[in-house]
Design a protein around this ligand. Sequence first.
Ligand code: ZN
Length: 73
Amino acid sequence: MSSCRSCGAPIRWVKVAGTGRSMPLDPDPVPGGNVWLLADGTAEIHAVGDPTAIRHVSHFATCPNANQHRRTR
Ligand SMILES: [Zn+2]
């Protein structure tokens, strides 16, 4: 577990399947989230689908300082 550099919230880095890129997730699952955490620890992004999947949201979607992420990346 690590924490967001701009707001200090706990985040979990996961690899997005197929892209090799990492993305920060809020660590708690969220009903209706669009990021699915797979059993092998990678993530896939789906808007809809299996209702039993464990779903999360990107920390970029919930970070109160998301604008700073965009400015510094
Ligand atoms: Zn943050």
